[in-house]
Write a protein that binds this ligand. Structure first.
Ligand SMILES: NC(=O)c1ccc[n+]([C@@H]2O[C@H](COP(=O)([O-])OP(=O)(O)OC[C@H]3O[C@@H](n4cnc5c(N)ncnc54)[C@H](OP(=O)(O)O)[C@@H]3O)[C@@H](O)[C@H]2O)c1
Length: 333
């Protein structure tokens, strides 16, 4: 009997060194070994997926490859007793979509330790509107809360606010009762950010101090940073006494020009955020908060849905810095 085939985006390195992206047919046996075979219904688009799709070897070493660091779907087979056929599940992070065939295909096969049962109050589609970006945003807010940052202490700054992580961070913070200032600059999206609930929208210039002064006017009770570089340095130097900033991204730069004064004079806290290897108990807690107290009512306002065929165009939009909010990918049933 002919082996079952499925549709997937396949990125290939061509002879001229360039990388091509095509929707192709693959076989189940071409998937890596693993405990759980999942039929994917939705995936999503993250910055890391774009890097994988353009041949960034820091993310994906070997091609041909199917990217997609996020997947939500239904278990079709499982050798692990924790999962049975028909279970609705989420798989994000770990190695999915990096060097393990990812969610831009109708099937994935992964270790059981990567699989999260879909929280009761969330649909598969909603879970991918959050995806890794939303999970990272929620993890960032969770860690600020753990560091004792409360809504009555002042404003929380979010950088890269129109992006996937930023949009959801703004929304969750607003839902949790915080006052939010959003940094926006590449394309003017003030109206969009106000819709998400940001009280202030500030420019990249205002959020970037190049004077080199070790401390700036104490302005923020906390911050969620996705940009890094001089913007993160400016934020740290602008924290109120005891303020905390989470650091998850480097869309601006991976450098951090800084000295120790914000830490030893203002007691500033810099909190690293890693969604990829976030331990399962914290992962489960954060997903429960996403599906519970922080569940957003306006998910469709931040979401664009596309097919595997339309995904290439969305990847280009991220590269051209024309992308905003979250893009989810609907896989054929
Ligand atoms: N640590 C983790 O576990 C983890 C997980 C997920 C994502 N990340 C990282 O988080 C970052 C954001 O991811 P994302 O999916 O939200 O990306 P995204 O959707 O592409 O959004 C990035 C946003 O950053 C802003 N931006 C872009 N270039 C900039 C620059 N040169 N200077 C200042 N702002 C700039 C833009 O917003 P404005 O136009 O509004 O300024 C853009 O919308 C990435 O670095 C990603 O790798 C890390």
């Amino acid at each position: 009997m002919a082996e079952k085939k499925f549709k997937a985006m396949v990125v290939r390195e061509e002879k001229d060194g360039r990388f091509s992206r095509k929707v192709e047919e693959r076989t189940i046996s071409s998937l890596p070994p693993g405990d759980v075979l999942v039929k994917v219904r939705y995936s999503s688009l993250n910055y890391k997926d774009v890097l994988s799709a353009i041949g960034n070897r820091g993310v994906t070493k070997d091609y041909p490859h199917t990217p997609g660091i996020d997947a939500a779907g239904v278990v079709e087979e499982s050798s692990d007793p924790g999962f049975k056929p028909g279970d609705a599940v989420i798989v994000t992070s770990y190695d999915l979509g990096m060097n393990t065939s990812g969610g831009y295909g109708q099937y994935i096969r992964v270790p059981a330790g990567w699989v999260v049962k879909l929280p009761r109050n969330l649909t598969l589609r909603e879970s991918m509107i959050y995806g890794t970006a939303g999970f990272t945003a929620a993890l960032s807010v969770h860690r600020l809360v753990e560091h004792g940052i409360k809504p009555d202490q002042g404003t929380i700054l979010v950088s890269g606010a129109t992006g996937g992580v930023g949009s959801i961070a703004v929304s969750i913070l607003v839902k949790a009762g915080y006052q939010v200032a959003a940094v926006n600059g590449i394309v003017d999206e003030t109206a969009y950010l106000r819709t998400l609930g940001a009280r202030e929208v500030i420019s990249i210039e205002e959020a970037t101090d190049t004077s080199g002064r070790p401390l700036l006017k104490a302005r923020w009770a906390g911050a969620v940073d996705t940009v890094g570089g001089i913007m993160l340095s400016t934020t740290i130097r602008s924290l109120q006494y005891g303020g905390a900033v989470t650091c998850c991204g480097n869309v601006g730069s991976h450098d951090l020009p800084l000295n120790v004064y914000p830490f030893i004079i203002r007691g500033a806290v810099l909190v690293g955020i890693d969604s990829q290897n976030c331990p399962m108990p914290m992962r489960q807690t954060v997903w429960d908060r996403i599906a519970g107290e922080w569940k957003l009512g306006h998910l469709d306002q931040i979401t664009t849905e596309t097919s595997l065929e339309g995904l290439g165009e969305k990847i280009d939009m991220v590269l051209e810095k024309k992308h905003r909010g979250r893009t989810i990918v609907s896989l054929p049933e």
